[in-house]
Design a protein around this ligand. Structure first.
Ligand code: ADP
Ligand code: ADP
Length: 228
């Protein structure tokens, strides 16, 4: 497995207020898979994604990405891991307002050893004609496509998406999910999507269901696996 999550536990709060929000998570994701983590609000999805993303500290267990054991990394090594290996997409885009589409995407390639050409990305994402616009001149879908471009510019091996269609209407959400599938196909990027939207599971090679900080079910989508 490319990504291995080994008996992860995570707590918030202290003393009497201490709550175990992840209660022993074990699972794995193969290279170049799309994995959807599904569960109701509060089930621990974002927390798990933030642990994989090296944004929060692991309390117990370990997460292994490729041959990197996240629990063993120093702060500095974690920052390098984030810079070299990961792309992030969020529900609310987080674009830099005073940079154009093209500049936002370029900013994502900063210090990358293996960047994807910005022109190619804009073409793939249908942004070429909008490249000189600023975020406040864009629709939600165009903003999310720009954010995807920025996340991909460094050619990350692992793309982490937290409710990527959470702020979009049905049609635009479909377009964004189709783009993520195309990117997975083209660049072999391993993609993890965290969502409470059941409809999104159809695009996954692997679906994990979370509830109350535990995995209740793991399904592999055999038709999607064979089609790969
Ligand atoms: P989901 O993404 O599935 O909605 P989260 O991972 O955001 O779930 O949250 C899981 C649980 O952890 C929730 O009960 C939430 O209230 C709690 N939680 C999340 N972040 C914090 C925090 N920084 N401090 C305390 N509790 C938190
Ligand atoms: P919420 O309960 O927060 O409204 P939903 O799970 O209902 O979230 O889904 C959010 C939006 O996603 C809704 O507008 C829904 O119609 C839409 N949606 C439904 N199916 C899909 C799909 N296949 N891809 C993307 N979005 C979808």
């Amino acid at each position: 497995m490319y990504l291995q999550i080994e008996n992860i536990k995570k707590y918030y709060g202290q003393g009497d207020n201490k709550v175990e929000v992840l209660r022993g998570i074990n699972c794995g994701v193969e290279k170049s898979e799309i994995c959807v983590m599904l569960g109701p609000s509060g089930s621990g999805k974002s927390t798990l994604l933030n642990l994989i993303g090296g944004i929060e500290n692991i309390d117990e267990g370990d997460i292994v990405v490729g041959d990197t054991e996240l629990g063993k990394l120093s702060r500095k090594e974690l920052a390098l891991y984030r810079r070299n290996t990961l792309g992030f997409i969020f529900q609310f885009y987080h674009l830099v307002p005073n940079l154009t589409v093209k500049e936002n995407i370029e900013s994502g390639a900063y210090l990358s050893k293996n960047p994807i050409s910005v022109e190619e990305l804009m073409d793939t994402l249908g942004l070429t004609e909008h490249q000189n616009k600023y975020p406040n001149q864009l629709s939600g879908g165009q903003q999310q496509r720009t954010a995807i471009g920025r996340a991909l510019a460094k050619n990350p091996s692992l793309l982490l998406c937290d409710e990527p269609t959470g702020a979009l209407d049905y049609k635009t959400s479909k377009d964004i999910l189709e783009l993520l599938e195309r990117i997975n196909d083209k660049y072999k990027t391993t993609i993890i999507i965290v969502t409470h939207n059941n409809a999104i599971k159809d695009m996954a090679h692997r679906v994990m269901k979370l509830r109350d900080g535990k995995i209740t079910k793991i399904e592999t989508n055999s038709s999607r696996i064979k089609a790969k």
